[in-house]
Design a protein around this ligand. Structure first.
Ligand code: ADP
Ligand code: ASP
Ligand code: MG
Length: 438
């Protein structure tokens, strides 16, 4: 069985929902993971913000506006009065539920419930549409099988067991619809897999049912060789190794959630990135195969902070790096890039929640300098097969960009540059022009 995931834009209007239904009703049995309609999760986050600030009226207003929007979607989506009424009744229940949060206390638990409602809405709407159109489809509720453990990592064994139960309970169907993004935590409370996490849901379900393929349907024809939001003339990459895709996702290629590659990779299930707006486009296939000696793509990760620790003492005496890393570990702050010299070490981080405390502790070892608003530019491809020139080509492209750090050799698939965020667009464009567009 295949798992197909459709993102927010792909289900963003009633017409788009109908287009998705055309794509999934080819007679092949499948599990379909849906995101919330585009914009809805942001609106739900906004409602939560108002409730945190105890502005119940503000929250009510946004809920009412959202409800009206959904009622219009229902009128456009269904052709029978019966399904319109049935779905409007469901909407009423849902929005009354949202309104109930404007009355009591508001904490993180309530927020988690609210931000997950977008997926509940979209999946019910599409399932009802499938049923109205006479297809053999059922909704399987993600909250009954998607679960994280005490380390907030997905509990794959639990997911495997419980999704089986849900599929059996739904009976023999051609299409099983479920929610992306939402899950329960180890204590059974409603939680989620972080913004953009529906990709992760699809990959986890794929691994849980040992799917033959995972398809991520979005609004672009696959992984492009550079970020199309900042660079002119990008083009789709036909094939990526799991590691290459994972690096690109981790270093900012928004088309894939950073954690999404892992479950598919471990289970050895190919992932395809496909375009809902252009379903016949080839897209990108992600698998265990490497295209030798090729530079594949570039991505950029923003909001990076660089920290340099220098001292006149022999800093790199053994044990020193461990002590430095232990400080980061104790504040649960992961390091992206590292560069060392005889007198110092530079690292980059993206989580600055505990930056001040980390700096205070690092000061025990020497002088600490901090550069904010940095960005990691990551060039991905096959370095393994002695790809002579990979690093020189990438560095040459950045000849006119001030580079703060370079990381090479950490994996067989990437070389990374730390630069100022203000130079990001120029750096990305220069890399595209130099590596791909000549
Ligand atoms: P969805 O809502 O379907 O999950 P996303 O907005 O999360 O879609 O991801 C798709 C978007 O990712 C594209 O519209 C594109 O702007 C952006 N993107 C960033 N980097 C890349 C890249 N290298 N290749 C393709 N898309 C990218
Ligand atoms: N709806 C969620 C979000 O907007 C999850 C997703 O789209 O993947 O982040
Ligand atoms: Mg996404």
């Amino acid at each position: 069985m295949k798992v197909l995931k459709f993102g927010g834009t792909s289900v963003g209007t009633p017409q788009r929902m109908k287009d998705v239904v055309k794509l999934i009703t080819d007679g092949e049995k499948k599990i379909v993971v849906l995101s919330a309609m585009s914009g809805t999760t942001n609106t739900l986050v906004e409602i939560s913000d108002y409730l945190y600030k105890k502005n119940q009226e503000g929250a009510q207003e946004i809920i009412n506006t959202l409800e009206n929007k959904y009622r219009k979607h229902v009128d456009e989506l269904y052709s029978t009065d019966e399904m319109k009424n049935k779905t409007k009744e469901f909407l009423k229940q849902e929005f009354d539920y949202l309104r109930s949060f404007t009355k009591g206390i508001f904490t993180m638990f309530e927020e988690k419930i609210i931000v997950g409602q977008g997926e509940i809405l979209s999946t019910n709407m599409v399932t009802n549409y499938l049923i109205e159109q006479g297809y053999n489809a059922a909704l399987i509720p993600a909250l009954e099988f998607m679960r994280t453990d005490k380390n907030a990592e997905p509990d794959l064994e639990y997911i495997k067991d419980k999704i089986k139960v849900q599929l059996e309970a739904a009976g023999e169907k051609d299409i099983y619809i479920t929610q992306g993004f939402i899950c329960r935590n180890a204590y059974g409370e409603i939680d989620n897999l972080q913004r953009g996490g529906s990709d992760y849901t699809a990959s986890l379900i794929g691994a849980a049912i040992n799917a033959s393929e995972i398809q991520i349907w979005t609004d672009i024809d696959g992984m492009h060789n550079n970020d199309p939001r900042f660079v002119d003339k990008t083009s789709p990459v036909g094939h990526l190794h799991f590691e290459e895709a994972a690096e690109l996702a981790y270093f900012g290629a928004k088309i894939l959630h950073p954690t999404c590659v892992q479950p598919a990779k471990f289970a050895g299930i190919p992932v395809k990135l496909l375009n809902t707006m252009d379903p016949t486009a080839a897209g990108t296939v992600i698998s265990n195969e490497t295209e030798k000696k090729k530079i594949k793509a570039v991505a950029a990760k923003d909001n990076i902070t660089a920290i340099r620790i220098t001292s006149s003492r022999m800093l790199l005496a053994y044990g020193f790096l461990r002590k430095v890393f232990e400080i980061f570990e104790s504040y649960k702050t992961s390091i992206d890039m590292i560069a060392t010299s005889e007198v110092g070490v530079s690292v980059s981080i993206d989580n600055t929640n505990n930056l001040n405390a980390i700096i205070d502790e690092l000061k025990k070892f020497g002088r600490v300098e901090v550069d904010r608003n940095m960005c990691i530019i990551c060039v991905v491809g096959d370095l393994e097969s002695q790809n002579v020139g990979f690093e020189s080509k990438a560095t040459e492209a950045l000849a006119n960009i001030p580079v703060r750090m370079i990381s090479y050799g950490g994996s067989n698939h990437n070389i990374s540059f730390l630069i100022n965020e203000e130079n990001k667009k120029d750096a990305l464009q220069a890399l595209s022009d130099h590596l791909f567009n000549n």
